[in-house]
Design a protein around this ligand. Structure first.
Ligand SMILES: [Zn+2]
Length: 64
């Protein structure tokens, strides 16, 4: 088993994430997930080794 490290990139809007998805389309292996609960789009790009999302993640311990 080998580990792949991904960098996480946060974007303010789905449109920003979508732009990166289109950039990688046809060049990189990628997967895209959409969360209706968070209304967030997430791209996992194995070529860029990046996860790009407009999801808002709160640090452990935050109340809201
Ligand atoms: Zn890519």
């Amino acid at each position: 088993m080998s580990a792949i490290k991904f960098d996480f990139e946060h974007f303010d809007s789905q449109e920003d994430v979508r732009r990166h998805i289109q950039d990688c389309e046809g060049r990189h292996s990628q997967q895209v997930a959409y969360s209706t609960f968070h209304d967030a789009l997430t791209q996992i790009c194995y070529g860029c080794r990046r996860i790009r999302s407009n999801i808002i993640i709160y640090k452990h311990g935050d109340n809201n």
